[in-house]
Write a protein that binds this ligand. Structure first.
Ligand SMILES: Cc1cc2nc3c(=O)[nH]c(=O)nc-3n(C[C@H](O)[C@H](O)[C@H](O)COP(=O)(O)OP(=O)(O)OC[C@H]3O[C@@H](n4cnc5c(N)ncnc54)[C@H](O)[C@@H]3O)c2cc1C
Length: 396
């Protein structure tokens, strides 16, 4: 370990790794500190769904930047990034209406990916979607393919990125809790680390490291129930699959009037699923198993006790969607992320100390772009001197 780093990063999830990548690309010395012995936070517990198309506002900006970075990591880190797109199945006309509205909006908006001729939203007939995803025959009224979305294996992606960064000189300090951060210094359970810039990327644990900020901003914790199942699908899922419930979540869907009607209909028909704050969605893993999710429950603390009725509901609606027997559960887990009134927490709390978190469930999709933005801002506003930071500022 050195006496001084240009950049110290607290947290080795996708946002912390994104910050390390951004700093390393600028030739800076970097240390990443994590209290865990392995990367086991939200960044390995998710679907691996890089869901760029249904984002809007700043999330779309971060999504576009992230997409480029994921594709670059596919080359540089030999990371498996699948160009699957996302499939959205519509089982009711109001769902098709939202997809049609998004297709029209995207046809007229600035492209997510420069140079791509592909439409962002391809509307599909019932026969087309049922030919491409193994849902129960005759159960849909149509659907869409969001062709620019990507998929990664969440169990591998962050480890591959961390190994790539380590090869490029980033130092990792696991099993080391950060207890406090001040301008230029990080206090840890292994002693003090000096750094010109500190990026705090601890997700929901921001409420422990910066309780006042979390309370002021209104950040709470969101717990999610997830399953990995053997679903016995008719044929493999060609990409992540969203349903009508997903149209109530991502910001580019929710702004269309039909989304309000979907909410009313689904909540009236399925009060128990609505109370679970369901997002019925799926990704298939390389071994053929299916990640199934998810429920959402919020609080200042998240109890670890997962109600089996929620899992049973997820299995029942999965069997119904695919027209299969109830799937066999291979694994169950709980994930937790920071949940706030806005989609991000981006704040410089002291000179050179920057907080970065996705405060809704889009951190895998947008976290690399968020981190790039925060590091860029940190460098442009740095007021202290460090040999490489000074050099970086001179060249920028
Ligand atoms: C079940 C689930 C499904 C999801 N699905 C998707 C999806 O498909 N697509 C998508 O875009 N997003 C998804 N998300 C959201 C996404 O996974 C998160 O937004 C993202 O992973 C957050 O990354 P992070 O780096 O901020 O946090 P994390 O990955 O949680 O990493 C934070 C790290 O900080 C460390 N840490 C905390 N406190 C300290 C401390 N004091 N000292 C040292 N280290 C500390 C932790 O040990 C941890 O390793 C999902 C989330 C969950 C939970």
């Amino acid at each position: 370990m050195r006496a001084q780093y240009d950049v110290a990063i607290v947290g080795s999830g996708i946002v912390g790794l994104g910050a390390a990548l951004a700093a390393t690309r600028r030739g800076l010395s970097v240390i990443v500190i994590d209290r865990s012995a392995e990367i086991l936070g939200a960044s390995v517990r998710n679907f691996g769904h890089l869901c760029f198309t249904p984002q809007s506002g700043i999330a779309r900006t971060f999504a576009a930047a992230s997409r480029e970075l994921w594709l670059q990591l596919a080359v540089d880190a030999k990371l498996e990034v699948r160009r699957t797109g996302t499939f959205v199945v519509a089982r009711h006309l109001d769902e098709l209406e939202v997809l049609g509205d998004l297709a029209a909006r995207r046809a007229g908006s600035q492209a997510l990916s420069s140079g791509s001729e592909q439409p962002e939203v391809e509307l599909l007939t019932s026969a087309e979607i049922e030919g491409r995803v193994p849902v129960a025959p005759g159960s849909t009224v149509g659907g869409a393919h969001l062709g620019l979305d990507l998929q990664v294996n969440p169990r591998d992606a962050v480890h591959t990125i961390a190994a790539h960064l380590a090869e490029r000189g980033v130092e990792f300090l696991p099993r080391t809790a950060v207890t406090a951060v001040r301008s230029g210094r990080v206090e840890t359970t292994r002693g003090i680390i000096h750094a010109g810039i500190v990026v705090v990327a601890v997700n929901a644990d921001i409420d422990q490291l910066y309780p006042d900020v979390a309370e002021r901003v209104g950040i709470r914790r969101c717990g999610l129930d997830m399953l990995r199942v053997n679903a016995g699908l008719r044929f493999p899922l060609a990409g992540p699959l969203l349903t009508g419930w997903s149209l109530l979540r991502y910001s580019a869907f929710t702004r269309f009037p039909a989304a309000g009607r979907i909410r009313e209909r689904l909540h009236a028909q399925h009060p128990y699923l609505a109370a679970l704050d369901l997002n019925q969605m799926y990704t298939q893993q390389p071994d053929g198993s299916l990640i199934v999710g998810d429920t959402h429950y919020r609080g200042d603390a998240i109890a670890p006790f997962q109600d089996e009725r929620a899992a049973a509901a997820l299995l029942d609606i999965t069997a119904e969607l695919f027209g299969t027997p109830r799937p066999r559960v291979l694994e169950r887990w709980q994930g937790v992320y920071a949940s706030g009134p806005d989609e991000y927490l981006i704040e410089q709390v002291e000179p050179g100390v920057h907080l970065a978190a996705a405060t809704t469930g889009i951190g895998m999709t947008t976290g690399l772009g968020l981190a790039e933005h925060v590091v860029e801002f940190a460098l442009s506003s740095a007021t202290f001197s460090s040999p490489s930071l000074t050099q970086q500022k001179e060249f920028s």
